[in-house]
Design a protein around this ligand. Structure first.
Ligand SMILES: Cc1cc2nc3c(=O)[nH]c(=O)nc-3n(C[C@H](O)[C@H](O)[C@H](O)COP(=O)(O)OP(=O)(O)OC[C@H]3O[C@@H](n4cnc5c(N)ncnc54)[C@H](O)[C@@H]3O)c2cc1C
Ligand SMILES: NC(=O)c1ccc[n+]([C@@H]2O[C@H](COP(=O)([O-])OP(=O)(O)OC[C@H]3O[C@@H](n4cnc5c(N)ncnc54)[C@H](O)[C@@H]3O)[C@@H](O)[C@H]2O)c1
Length: 568
């Protein structure tokens, strides 16, 4: 693609996470447990005298005393609710529904609209845009269509209709979420919530008198907002974040995407299918740095190299000025490590996809002696909030993006369910290594557990061997019938025990295929067991069947790589 207005040559230089995080002072771009499973350690909080006394063995609200009082130590002696959740995103919604199922009297406080990021500005509208980009891509791929014997007239799209599809879907899902909570008797309280104590929260709308409510347990689920590094000026028109991009107000001819993580990659799929040329600016020394390196390599070959995408790695977007007075968007670049200037890029638009920042300001955390870590609320592995002294705050939990453990919708919801289980009296710890993640490009990328480098590091520390097995989509009948044989599934496992350490998939419907592997990790199913599971023929699920069958457990073979099979 044309890069004429790019005024200096780029020298690729090695970059390290540490050096990047100094360049993005809050370090917020690199949050998310799925990228750093080995480096995130469970924080061992000092358990104070009161810290484990918060569980509510009772199930129903029969013990609830209607009027709130206050005991000698300042905590209420009776409560309005069994559980109050602050934030009605997917995390809060998941917790609320499970709380009702457990018979707990539940309220949820929302300061904006129900559904939070995922429904209104995240997963839902982005997947609507990606549904369009998938079809556009297929209809524009003459070679692919010809192989199937199909002829179509030139494919086109109506921008506003595509944008409406995304917006209407968000509205519909928001309605579903609201109705599901109302139908089950969850009280939806409108206004911004502020903690007054671990069991007391005030909420209210601007211009109205605040109300105060109490609960035996409070769950913070306040989510996150786009992180914009200092020096980048957002005008919402030519320099914008995903919040604006999802509205698809225009399709720029040339757009720079700063950050090649989930958001950057998914939007590159959308924009290129709709006719834009894309330039990635990535601070680290590789595109898609969070994924397993082998998957990254293949994904780069298919998702980047064959499209109208170029990229600059090992550079930071130091300053971005929106288009004005007839001048295009200006992006000043510096070397990530040395901070030496690396030229200026001039483009029509820039999407800033450099991570997300927790939304925890104004929550009244000072009233419960909690100090955030770059905005994130520290929790233990049961999502119990840890205070400034390292002690657990009684009755207070934090789930979802606000704790930064794993910034995914289903992780937020699963953490919420886990908390409700705990306050209902059954101990429950979510195994984050079993939580899958997926990037909804065409084809998709999915993963669960450890990447190969993470597994090898763990193996070295703990003294065990690691094996790797792989299967190609080229041997799968269904994939070939669809003319979609480009794909790889990779299994990382212990050859001595048959434990699944990680699975990574790139290929058609990878996001759906990953669940067999994530369930295996969650249930502790060994490869010896799972390899006897029967899969319907012909289905894509046979890719995983092949993968598990090709693993060599108990045979002491450190690397078992299945030869590329002959297509059938
Ligand atoms: C473009 C994009 C695409 C994404 N795609 C996916 C995807 O495909 N799959 C996936 O798993 N994840 C995806 N994510 C990530 C996902 O959206 C988040 O991980 C998820 O929304 C986090 O849920 P949450 O409940 O923690 O917070 P949120 O969804 O952010 O919800 C928090 C809620 O709390 C409210 N709130 C905040 N403070 C207060 C307060 N003091 N009082 C009252 N209310 C308050 C907010 O208004 C908001 O409604 C995507 C994100 C983006 C940006
Ligand atoms: N399909 C999904 O599940 C999905 C989709 C979208 C978003 N999300 C979630 O949303 C979160 C945010 O996504 P994201 O893509 O913004 O973050 P990300 O952490 O996935 O990627 C950010 C990228 O930006 C780079 N970067 C940071 N600062 C930079 C700078 N100044 N210049 C150049 N590059 C820079 C980082 O190296 C990194 O590669 C993720 O944690 C993800 O979990 C999930």
């Amino acid at each position: 693609m044309e890069t004429a207005s790019f005024q200096a040559s780029f020298l690729l230089s090695p970059a390290h996470r540490s050096s990047v995080s100094t360049a993005t002072p809050h370090g917020l771009a690199f949050c998310g447990l799925h990228k750093n499973l080995l480096s995130v350690k469970t924080t061992c909080a000092k358990v104070g005298s009161h810290s484990l006394t918060t569980q509510n063995p009772g199930k129903s609200s029969s013990w609830r005393v209607m009027a709130s009082g206050s005991s000698n130590n300042g905590t209420p002696s009776s409560f309005d609710y069994d559980v109050i959740i602050i934030g009605a995103g997917v995390g809060g919604h998941g917790a609320a529904l499970h709380a009702v199922e457990k018979g707990l009297k539940t309220a949820i406080i929302e300061g904006d609209v129900v559904g939070g990021t995922c429904v209104n500005r995240g997963c839902v509208p982005s997947k609507a845009l990606l549904a369009v980009s998938g079809r556009m891509r297929e209809l524009q791929d003459e070679h692919h269509l010809k192989a199937l014997g199909i002829k179509v007239a030139e494919a086109g799209y109506e921008r506003q209709a595509v944008a409406d599809h995304a917006n209407n879907l968000a509205l519909r899902i928001r309605g579903n979420l609201t109705n599901s909570m109302k139908a089950l008797g969850v009280d939806i309280l409108t206004g911004v919530g502020t903690l007054l104590g671990p069991q007391t929260v005030k909420y209210g709308k601007v211009g109205f008198t605040d109300k105060t409510v109490t609960a035996k347990n409070i769950i913070i689920a306040t989510g996150s907002v786009p992180f914009v590094p200092p020096g980048i000026e957002i005008d919402g028109k030519t320099v914008f974040t995903s919040d604006h991009a999802l509205k698809l107000e225009w399709v720029p001819d040339w757009i720079a995407i700063v950050g090649s993580g989930y958001i950057g990659l998914e939007f590159s799929d959308v924009y290129t299918a709709l006719g834009s040329e894309v330039t990635f600016i990535e601070a680290l020394d590789t595109l898609m740095p969070g994924f397993d390196p082998e998957i990254t390599k293949l994904a780069q070959r298919v998702l980047i190299n064959t499209r109208k995408i170029d990229y600059h790695i090992g550079v930071l977007a130091k300053k971005i000025t929106p288009a004005k007075d007839g001048k295009p968007v200006q992006i000043e670049l510096v070397d990530t490590k040395t901070k030496e200037p690396k030229g200026t890029l001039e483009v029509d638009a820039a999407l800033i996809a450099t991570g997300r920042a927790p939304f925890t300001k104004g929550l009244g955390l000072e009233n419960v002696n909690v100090v955030t870590q770059r905005g994130f609320i520290s929790v233990d592995d049961r999502m119990r909030v840890i205070d400034a002294n390292g002690e657990l705050v009684p009755s207070l939990f934090c789930i979802g993006d606000a704790n930064g453990k794993m910034m995914l919708a289903h992780a937020a919801s699963a953490q919420g369910i886990s908390v409700i289980e705990q306050i209902s009296g059954s101990d429950n710890v979510l195994n984050h290594l079993s939580v899958p993640a997926a990037c909804f490009t065409h084809p998709e990328i999915s993963m669960v557990g450890l990447t190969e480098p993470q597994a090898r590091q763990k193996a070295e520390e703990e003294g065990f061997e690691v094996s790797v097995a792989k299967t190609s989509f080229k041997a799968n009948t269904k994939a070939l019938a669809e003319n979609e044989g480009e794909g790889l599934a990779k299994l990382i496992y212990r050859p001595d025990t048959g434990e699944v350490l990680g699975v990574h998939i790139f290929g058609l419907h990878a996001a759906d295929l990953i669940h067999e592997a994530s369930n295996a990790i969650a249930m502790g199913t060994s490869i010896q067991e799972i390899k006897f599971a029967v899969h319907a023929h012909p289905t894509l699920s046979e890719v995983l069947d092949e993968l598990f069958k090709s693993a060599k457990v108990g045979e002491h073979s450190p690397v078992s790589v299945k030869a590329e099979p002959v297509a059938v």
